[in-house]
Design a protein around this ligand. Structure first.
Ligand SMILES: *[C@@H]1O[C@H](CO)[C@@H](O)[C@H](O)[C@H]1NC(C)=O
Ligand SMILES: *[C@@H]1O[C@H](CO)[C@@H](O)[C@H](O)[C@H]1NC(C)=O
Ligand SMILES: *[C@@H]1O[C@H](CO)[C@@H](O)[C@H](O)[C@H]1NC(C)=O
Ligand SMILES: *[C@@H]1O[C@H](CO)[C@@H](O)[C@H](O)[C@H]1NC(C)=O
Ligand SMILES: *[C@@H]1O[C@H](CO)[C@@H](O)[C@H](O)[C@H]1NC(C)=O
Length: 335
């Protein structure tokens, strides 16, 4: 069980040093990338969920959940507050809002070099913004989980879908009863002894629901039509693009594009409707785009602000810092 995690993280830091050395700015792409909040060195930001005028961020290096309040005015600063430090665990993975101001979070014992089997659980965190108060409860111990990673919501029922990166399958979890079962399992999600299935996002239109997902090992971005209640496949599994390392992803309701955090490649990609992969930002042109781990658009389906968590960053003076929350203005990409 040592290899999966180290294969995820070691190349990341390797590339990361290479990037700092060859940090030559290029002018081909100029997305507006703003650092919203920078964590201290060693903080790996793993995933995020968009809340009410705030972003919730999970850390993989310690089981801490933060709320980052977005600045109310231009030039004001964002600030972060610790919502909860989960006991009896080493880190957090996926997070998603399944009811207003109520988030599910994956908690477990894992590190860069080691996974402790049987330690995964899913928790519910309800945030009351008015009095800075939150209630935290465990939903379930998902003991069969091998390496729980991305999370998505089935919006009709508020049920959760959870990606297992080592098992190559997707769990459906009823947040009210804690009942869970595997509802999707497919070759395109697998990777022997490594991180396969990683990011998952549900996409609902007036008539159809899909799960978009990527596989870090096989470097593919895929989708499958699903039943909006059960989460089970209703159509073929289709590979949309391949050829680069994909961590988490976001779906763009304005354009139909898929935005991908290319963690180990220090790149954010956009996959357009034709399956073309376009480099939107990378660390050689935009130094803050370092080891991006997850992406989410701002509230509502029309937001043109794409938020990104990262494992590391660079301070203005060039020193390496901990993970960043970035805001990327993708307005120019609108069709
Ligand atoms: C990074 O972005 C620049 C500017 O678009 C591009 O020229 C370069 O090829 C990219 N590097 C990689 C490794 O994709
Ligand atoms: C999980 O990690 C916590 C915090 O380090 C530790 O106290 C606990 O013993 C670990 N659990 C297992 C089963 O290893
Ligand atoms: C700690 O977590 C393990 C599973 O990882 C569980 O068996 C144990 O009961 C937990 N201990 C406490 C005090 O919650
Ligand atoms: C849920 O899906 C419907 C379409 O089926 C959409 O109109 C609605 O905005 C979605 N809700 C959320 C919170 O995404
Ligand atoms: C560089 O900036 C970081 C972050 O602001 C700071 O912690 C560090 O002390 C600075 N290092 C130097 C050598 O100025």
């Amino acid at each position: 069980m040592l290899s999966p995690i180290s294969s995820m993280l070691v190349p990341t830091f390797f590339l990361f040093i290479a990037t700092l050395v060859s940090c030559t700015p290029t002018s081909a792409i100029k997305p507006v990338v703003t650092t919203v909040y920078q964590f201290p060195s060693g903080a790996y930001l793993e995933n995020l969920a968009v809340g009410h005028e705030s972003i919730l961020v999970t850390r993989a290096d310690t089981p801490s959940l933060y709320q980052i309040k977005l600045p109310a005015r231009p030039h004001a600063s964002a600030y972060a507050s610790l919502i909860h430090h989960f006991p009896n665990a080493t880190g957090l993975m996926g997070i998603a809002e399944y009811a207003p101001n109520t988030f599910a979070v994956i908690v477990g014992n894992f590190s860069m070099t080691k996974l402790v089997p049987g330690t995964w659980s899913v928790w519910s965190v309800q945030i009351f913004d008015k009095n800075q108060h939150s209630t935290i409860e465990k939903i379930v111990d998902l003991v069969e989980g091998q390496f729980l990673n991305g999370m998505a919501i089935l919006n009709k029922t508020g049920a959760i879908l959870i990606a297992d990166s080592l098992a190559g399958c997707v769990y459906h979890l009823n947040v009210k009863t804690g009942a869970y079962e595997v509802v999707l399992e497919h070759e395109s999600m697998k990777a022997t002894g490594a991180i396969g299935l990683n990011g998952i996002r549900t996409v609902t239109t007036a008539t159809e629901s899909f799960l978009y997902y990527d596989n870090s090992k096989t470097t593919t971005v895929n989708r499958v039509a699903i039943d909006p209640v059960s989460g089970r496949a209703k159509g073929k599994y289709i590979t949309l693009a391949h050829g680069f390392y994909a961590d988490d992803l976001a779906y763009d309701y304005e354009t139909g594009d898929v935005w991908v955090a290319g963690n180990a490649d220090n790149t954010i990609f956009r996959i357009n409707y034709d399956g073309d992969e376009i480099v939107v930002a990378n660390a050689s042109s935009t130094p803050s785009v370092m080891t991006p781990s997850s992406l989410a658009f701002g509230k509502g389906r029309h937001s043109r602000t794409l938020f990104s968590t990262t494992y590391a960053g660079v301070a203005p003076n060039g020193t390496v810092t901990g993970g960043n929350l970035l805001a990327i203005d993708v307005g120019l990409e609108k069709r």
